[in-house]
Design a binder for this molecule. Structure first.
Ligand SMILES: [Zn+2]
Length: 196
């Protein structure tokens, strides 16, 4: 009898340990493949910061922590195109941009162009499905470090895959919420040099 109870409680412990919904989802892999990066000739330090951000993005999105955080995100995403958290993760990890995404699966493809609009509150914008350029405002990029850039480029790239949001107050939308996860994990990665 005691043996039975002990066995049962051991089983419950191992069930609890494997209960994270992320465990049922296959871990994806993405290569970050920027195309053209345009408009930075006069801003070499910003260009250098973008180049530092790329491997950070790649380390973050391929980490187990990213998977767990994206799938475990609470509250669930708004503007989620009808997907569950797990489906959002799996969708993102396909690397399938609206435009020609099928030709470059497994890759985060995008181009970056700098513009300057000091009076604007817009950090960056995209035209999903029309082209794969991420237009970034120099007003902000001149102050951004590699962590800010990794988070912002991920937010904008998520737009290129078709996830949108109503306004900047839609913090639970996929671009904002996953962008925030990338910011947090990028900071952790830069600080400790690895992620789980
Ligand atoms: Zn956005």
């Amino acid at each position: 009898m005691f043996k039975g109870i002990l066995l049962l409680s051991l089983c419950l412990i191992s069930l609890a340990a494997s209960a994270h919904p992320a465990d049922k989802v296959a871990t994806g892999h993405l290569k970050v493949v920027p195309g053209e990066v345009y408009g930075f000739k006069k801003y070499p330090s910003e260009l250098a910061m973008i180049q530092k951000a790329i491997p950070i993005m790649e380390a973050v999105v391929n980490s187990e922590e990213f998977k767990q955080r994206v799938i475990g995100r609470q509250p669930a995403y708004t503007s989620n195109r009808g997907m569950t958290n797990s489906q959002v993760y799996t969708y993102l990890m396909q690397g399938k941009e609206l435009l020609n995404g099928n030709n470059t699966l497994g890759e985060m493809n995008f181009n970056v162009e700098r513009y300057s609009r000091w009076w604007s509150k817009v950090i960056a914008y995209t035209s999903p499905g029309q082209h794969d350029w991420i237009m970034v405002n120099g007003k902000f990029y001149s102050k951004f470090d590699q962590i800010d850039i990794a988070a912002n480029l991920t937010h904008e790239w998520i737009h290129l895959t078709g996830f949108l949001h109503d306004s900047a107050s839609d913090r639970d939308s996929v671009p904002y919420a996953v962008g925030d996860i990338v910011e947090e994990l990028s900071r952790k990665f830069v600080k400790q040099g690895f992620l789980d």
